[in-house]
Design a protein around this ligand. Structure first.
Ligand code: NDP
Length: 276
């Protein structure tokens, strides 16, 4: 009996995940025979859950909070962007059952900014707020677009400084704390903190965003996040949340698994309609 190829997203919690819908829409659109499910996997069960999935003939996994670092550790081989980000959101299960780890978050963000929203990165002054896993995942793809400079600002300053040092061979970047921002201006500010998830906003000077600048929050919600609101209040040409990035990182994972690129715009529109 011919069965569909099996894919899944592992996370904890996972019930909120939009990934099954996104990948099901991609599969319909590209006429791929696959099944994509969401599985609640606490960190302590991650390794055995992956092994079971492989034993059942699974073809690929997405990993989300809090499993990206564990996926990085479990992968048998890593792409350069995954190696540097120390986090894996996509596992490709090869025919011999071994795991290739990749991180598609950064390319998802860059695609959403440049292709979907015509926000250029080349030659721009860019600020990333936050030095957690998401921030680490987006730095290399951002540097590949040749910004004028890339600054990382974090509440725990040492984490921003270490991250800037880790990526220093790839481009011009610096790390510091929020108190260093007083006299700075940026063309693009990216919120990669998790502050929005608890309704908070990092402490930002009113003059931080340059004229004609843009804001982007990696977090997404049914209403404007505090950072998206901040951007609108401070003159951003565009102040966006991370829904487009979510779809674009999924499209890149789908491509890695199936070698076919789904069209993302229609899927973004469906998700936009769902949140009203
Ligand atoms: P982590 O827990 O790894 O990192 C959280 C970061 O936020 C840390 O730098 C932390 O600072 C900072 N932070 C938390 N609260 C505050 C606050 N109140 N003020 C200032 N800084 C704060 O989270 P992730 O990096 O995994 O995720 C970050 C965000 O990115 C989340 O909102 C997540 O949903 C989103 N995301 C979106 C994706 C998409 O496809 N759209 C993909 C991946 C992530 P400190 O180090 O000092 O604790």
């Amino acid at each position: 009996m011919q069965t569909s190829d099996q894919y899944a997203v592992f996370g904890h919690p996972i019930s909120h995940s939009k990934s099954p819908l996104i990948h099901t829409l991609f599969a319909e659109q590209t006429q791929q025979s696959l099944n994509y499910s969401a599985q609640d996997v606490p960190a302590e069960n991650f390794a055995s859950a992956v092994d079971q999935f492989i034993a059942r003939g699974g073809k690929g996994l997405n990993c989300t909070v809090p499993l990206k670092e564990l996926a990085w550790q479990k992968a048998d081989r890593l792409s350069e962007r995954a190696q540097m980000s120390k986090a894996v959101n996509t596992l490709i299960i090869t025919d011999d059952g071994s795991l290739t780890g990749d991180n598609t978050d950064g390319v998802g963000l860059v695609t959403d900014l440049i292709r979907n929203h015509q926000i250029e990165l080349k030659g721009k002054r860019i600020l990333i707020l936050g030095a957690g896993g998401a921030s680490r995942g987006i730095i290399l793809p951002m540097l590949e677009q040749s910004p004028a400079n890339l600054a990382i600002t974090n509440r725990t300053v040492s984490k921003a400084e270490t991250m800037a040092e880790d990526f220093s061979k790839y481009g011009k970047l610096s790390g510091g704390g929020f108190s260093n921002l007083a006299s700075e201006q940026f063309d693009l500010i990216i919120n990669a903190t998790s502050a929005s998830l608890s309704g908070d906003l990092p402490p930002l000077p009113d003059t931080l965003l340059a004229e004609q600048g843009n804001c982007y929050d990696l977090a997404y919600a049914n209403q404007d996040t505090p950072f998206v609101t901040w951007g609108k209040q401070h003159g951003a040409i565009k102040s966006l949340d991370g829904l487009g990035m979510l779809v674009e990182q999924a499209a890149e994972a789908f491509y890695l698994w199936r070698n076919i690129r789904p069209e993302t715009q229609a899927v973004i529109e469906i998700l936009e309609q769902q949140r009203g």
